[in-house]
Design a binder for this molecule. Structure first.
Ligand SMILES: C[S@@+](CC[C@H](N)C(=O)[O-])C[C@H]1O[C@@H](n2cnc3c(N)ncnc32)[C@H](O)[C@@H]1O
Length: 235
């Protein structure tokens, strides 16, 4: 996928935004909440600790809100996304929760509107697979992070067990596009979803891309039978 496809991706998320949270919870049977929780835990930010977290491709704000819950008000959280409709929903959820330490910004992950070494941690959940130039985006995250900072990347993956793989692929390529398309009125978005996951590099290859972008101590952890992988790396 080339970066010329970015407008297509942005328009797609703008179209499905109003159904995004509902479909996330339904299609993942609420596991998405647990996955984001584990990602924020992996940042090792203690409650009351001061610092700044950037959540790239923040969508409707769930990672930012999870960070707010886990870390408290001492942490400044910036959520950034290029879909205005996603940001509108994020703003509403943040307002309802009175999470005043979260700020939102429109922007592209490939060209972050921040100076270097600004953040103690950077997160991206289910966003990196939509970005063609993954190394370019990871280099941008690296640039904005303070030395010693942690990057956490959460992404969908396919199970390694052959039996479960076959079962999951049937669900993922047949049932999910149908249910997603029906509720979001955007069939192509939920057809694109399995395609983008199948195209995503395997864990070892992606960890290698993280390393080539400058990250060290790169590790990954498979969750829920391997349908999601959490990668971490340090600057
Ligand atoms: C699958 S959603 C994930 C949203 C959120 N992180 C979550 O955990 O639910 C992917 C998000 O990435 C955003 N996105 C994709 N490519 C992007 C880019 N190049 N720059 C900024 N945002 C991007 C989309 O607009 C969308 O909101």
């Amino acid at each position: 996928m080339s970066n010329s496809e970015l407008p297509f991706i942005r328009d797609m998320f703008d179209t499905i935004a109003h159904r995004y949270d509902f479909l996330n919870r339904t299609l993942s049977m609420k596991r998405d909440v647990y996955w984001r929780r584990e990602m924020v835990k992996a940042l090792n930010l203690k409650k009351g600790q001061h610092g700044d977290v950037l959540d790239v491709a923040c969508g409707t704000g769930d990672v930012a809100l999870e960070a707010f819950d886990q870390c408290g008000k001492a942490i400044g959280i910036t959520g950034m996304d290029f879909s205005q409709n996603m940001l509108i929903l994020a703003k509403e959820k943040i307002k309802q929760k009175k999470a005043r330490t979260i700020s939102l910004l429109a922007g592209n992950a490939l060209c972050l509107p921040f100076g270097k070494e600004q953040f103690d941690a950077v997160t991206i959940a289910f966003g990196i697979r939509n970005i063609g130039d993954k190394k370019g985006a990871l280099e941008e995250f690296w640039r904005c992070m303070k030395p010693g900072g942690t990057l956490a990347v959460l992404e969908l993956s396919t199970p390694e067990n052959r039996f479960f793989h076959a079962l999951y692929m049937a669900y993922f390529t047949k049932i999910l596009p149908f249910v997603g398309g029906f509720f979001s009125d955007n069939q192509s978005a939920y057809q694109y979803l399995p395609e983008s996951v199948i195209r995503f590099p395997d864990s070892e290859t992606f960890a290698g891309i993280m390393q080539s972008a400058g990250f060290r101590e790169v590790h990954w952890k498979k969750m829920t039978l391997g349908i999601v992988t959490l990668y971490t790396g340090e600057k």
